[in-house]
Write a protein that binds this ligand. Sequence first.
Ligand SMILES: Nc1nc2c(ncn2[C@@H]2O[C@H](COP(=O)(O)OP(=O)(O)OP(=O)(O)O)[C@@H](O)[C@H]2O)c(=O)[nH]1
Ligand SMILES: [Mg+2]
Length: 239
Amino acid sequence: MNPMAKTLLIVPCFNEQERLDFNQFNLFRDQVDFFFVDDGSTDLTYQKIIENNFSGLKLEKNLGKGHAIYEAFSHLKKTLNLNSYQWIGYWDADLSIPLKTVDQMISYLNLYKDQKVDAVWSSRVKRLGCNSQSLRFRPILTRLFSAFCSWTLKIPANDTQCGAKIFKTEVINKVFEKPFISRWVFDAETYLRLDQPQIVEFPLLEWVDKGDSNLSLLTDGFIMVWHVFKIKWSYSSLS
Ligand SMILES: Nc1nc2c(ncn2[C@@H]2O[C@H](COP(=O)(O)OP(=O)(O)OP(=O)(O)O)[C@@H](O)[C@H]2O)c(=O)[nH]1
Ligand SMILES: [Mg+2]
């Protein structure tokens, strides 16, 4: 495999016309191929993607982040030679995790040279030396939900939900073998689909919670908890 191979990132977008910063995406075009999926937006998101000369897919209906990423992957599988990439992943459109992190995540694996690694998940670990701007209750909610996932789904991750993850191309077909059960807890499903998952969490050096999300804490929070149980009952590895 060519060590200089580009990374392929799927960028899910729902009503992101204001938040999409194409200057940033352009800066990283040499290292990353971006593929945008417009998840049934009602604003000009898709037009902006095309106007800025990026490739993308427009879904007519809003299906939710996990389903949108799955649809994008299914499309790419038919249209691209995925084996030319070493890493394939997904990245939140608001760039709350800056794109320079892709390179940092891959370089971090120099510490894991003798180990098989299937994926690198970015992880929001607040600590000395990191540069983070968090919303007031966000870190505690992230921690609580990850602890709940870790306990219920036996996924020992610090941050299951972070929207910046890359997977080795060898495992990507397994990760996206069928649609996900959950639109928001699908990251956990990617873990459960792997046979003896070898995932490394990369402690982020920098992140910003953008805070203008369309998520509702109460409604989406309850749905996410419900989805964790649905996943628990559906994945045979957990029974
Ligand atoms: N809210 C929402 N986001 C979606 C949906 N489908 C895809 N996305 C994308 O999923 C990513 C994460 O959504 P955000 O709204 O940023 O959620 P968040 O990161 O938890 O919240 P913030 O920290 O406030 O940005 C973004 O790239 C969205 O555009 C959807 O149906 N609803
Ligand atoms: Mg966000």
